[in-house]
Design a protein around this ligand. Structure first.
Ligand SMILES: [Fe+2]
Ligand SMILES: [Fe+2]
Length: 226
C-alpha cells in the first residue's frame, strides 16, 4: 500500500540509486527476449507489453490456489496460505490492469502510433505463451513463481523510474483525464504518474518477497509501516 503523503521524487531517487536485484535465469531470459525484440530503450509500446504481461502470473496463482483451497479445505494451513495468495492476486491483478489502462490513456492522448505486428500481434502471442508458462509454474512451484515475479517487478520499477528521469517533458504534461482521476486523483503530471506506477511495482515486489520469507530483501517505501 502506497501512503498518501509519499514523496515520489525521493522514492524515484532511491530507486535509481539502488542496484537491480540479481535476476534469476528465467527473468534474465525474459528481459533479454523483450530487449532483443523491442530494443533496450523503453517506449510506450514496450510499457504496454510489460503491463499486459504483468497481470498474467497473478491470475495463474489465483486459479491454482483457489483449486487447492477447494481440494484441501480440511487443512487449515493450506486454506490460510491459499486464501492469502488468492486475495493478494486479485488485488494485484486490479493494480496491473489499472497500469495498463493508464498507459493506454497516454498512448491515446499522444496519438502514439503502434506497430501492427510488434505492438498488436506480438503482445497477444506473447501473452498466450506467458499464460501457459505461468499456469505450469504455478502448478509446479509457487515459490519459484513468486521469485520470478519479484524480479519482474523490480525490473519494472527500475525501468519506469529511469523512463521518468529520461523524459523530463513528462513533468510538464498535466495528467488530466477521467482514467487518471479514477486511478489516483492526486497525481498532477505524467512524470508523477510514471513514478507512482514504478512505486506500485516495488510494492508488488515486496509482497512477493514477503510471501517467500525474504524479509531482508524488502525495499521499504517511506511511510509504509508493514
Ligand atoms: Fe504494472
Ligand atoms: Fe507490478
Amino acid at each position: 500500500m502506497i501512503p498518501a503523503n509519499v514523496d515520489l521524487g525521493k522514492e524515484q531517487e532511491a530507486a535509481l540509486s539502488r542496484p537491480p536485484r540479481k535476476y534469476g535465469l528465467m527473468a534474465s531470459l525474459l528481459f533479454r527476449g523483450m530487449d532483443t525484440f523491442y530494443g533496450k530503450e523503453l517506449s510506450w509500446g514496450k510499457i504496454r507489453l510489460l503491463e499486459i504481461l504483468a497481470r498474467i502470473p497473478y491470475q495463474a496463482w489465483e486459479i491454482r490456489q483457489y483449486k487447492k483451497m477447494n481440494s484441501r479445505f480440511t487443512d487449515p494451513d493450506a486454506v490460510a496460505f491459499a486464501e492469502d495468495v488468492v486475495g493478494w492476486s486479485r488485488e494485484a491483478q486490479d493494480s496491473e490492469f489499472w497500469h495498463l489502462r493508464v498507459v493506454d490513456e497516454k498512448i491515446k492522448q499522444d496519438n502514439v502510433q503502434l506497430h501492427w505486428f510488434k505492438d498488436r500481434v506480438m503482445p497477444s502471442i506473447t501473452a498466450f505463451k506467458y499464460s501457459i508458462f505461468s499456469r505450469i509454474l504455478a502448478f509446479i512451484s509457487i515459490r519459484t513463481a513468486f521469485m520470478l515475479n519479484a524480479d519482474f517487478e523490480d525490473h519494472a520499477e527500475h525501468e519506469y523510474m529511469t523512463f521518468a528521469k529520461e523524459h523530463p517533458e513528462l513533468d510538464e504534461q498535466p495528467a488530466m483525464s477521467e482514467v487518471i482521476t479514477r486511478y489516483r486523483g492526486d497525481l498532477k503530471t505524467w512524470g508523477d504518474v510514471m513514478r507512482f506506477i514504478g512505486l506500485e511495482e516495488r510494492d508488488h515486489m515486496n509482497n512477493s518477497l514477503r510471501r517467500l520469507g525474504r524479509v531482508s530483501e524488502i525495499v521499504p517505501i517511506m511511510g509504509d509501516d508493514r
